[in-house]
Design a protein around this ligand. Structure first.
Ligand code: DER
Length: 233
């Protein structure tokens, strides 16, 4: 449909604009990134590019292997030229909510190692303020034994509701690629200082990472319904 066409248009434009020969790339997770990896594989073949890819999840690792791209890691490549990833929502300051796919921790680590974080998404992700479009809350990765005290602390200190993410095709909670649980925090207010909110959550013992990407985004490619691509940086 038009959303898939929009995702693809954004992904193709980002790969064509940002990927250069000899790049070390961070490969994000989700559905939009699939189009980016397909385009990347096409360019590698067509232009005989030398590219190395660092994954942000088991899914990204599978994508890299399936497309016969060179798989690396942060031990061999701790400095990346560019990380390309999706997002669940983007606000006016390019603050992101990520983690809808449960891969936020490795995504944030890889993004932090890249000179530039490039986000590819469809027009549905474009918001003035977080929470306008994405209603499932901020994903927070937590150590399993701590999920109840973390849940209580978040609800006491910040309000709203922090719900344990339950799996659909597995009994019990979702377990992340790192062996942890996820709380989805449905926040009460309209406008937040996301930098301080992110820090407050991060400091709670038991919290591994939040899906709030603050001041990390270099550029966002938004695929539009008509197939055009809007860019913001
Ligand atoms: O979980 C994640 O952070 C993904 O990148 C997600 O935010 C984007 O998923 P999508 O490309 O399938 O919309």
């Amino acid at each position: 449909g038009s959303v898939d066409a929009a995702k693809k248009a954004a992904a193709v434009k980002a790969v064509d604009e940002y990927v250069k020969n000899n790049f070390v790339l961070g490969i994000g997770s989700g559905s939009t990134i699939v189009y980016a990896v397909e385009r990347l594989a096409e360019r590698v073949k067509l232009e005989n590019l030398s590219i190395v890819c660092v994954p942000t999840s088991f899914q990204a690792r599978q994508l890299i292997i399936q497309h016969n791209l060179i798989l690396s890691d942060l031990e061999r490549n701790p400095k990346l030229d560019c990380a390309i990833d999706g997002a669940d929502e983007v606000d006016a300051k390019l603050t992101l909510i990520k983690g809808g796919g449960g891969c936020l921790t490795q995504e944030k680590i890889v993004a932090s190692c890249a000179k530039q974080l490039i986000i590819v998404c469809d027009f549905m992700k474009d918001s003035k303020a977080l929470g306008e479009k994405y209603k499932k809350g901020v994903p927070i990765e937590v150590i399993p034994m701590a999920f109840v005290p973390v849940q209580r602390k978040i609800e006491e200190d910040l309000g709203g509701k922090a719900e344990l993410r339950m799996a659909k095709q597995k009994a019990g909670p979702v377990v992340t690629d790192n062996g942890n649980f996820i709380l989805d925090w449905i926040f009460p207010e309209k406008s937040y200082d996301w930098e301080s909110t992110n820090t407050k959550i991060k400091m709670i013992p038991g919290v591994v990472e939040t899906g709030l990407f603050v001041n990390m985004t270099h550029k966002v490619f938004y695929g539009m319904a008509d197939g055009s691509v809007k860019e913001k940086s």
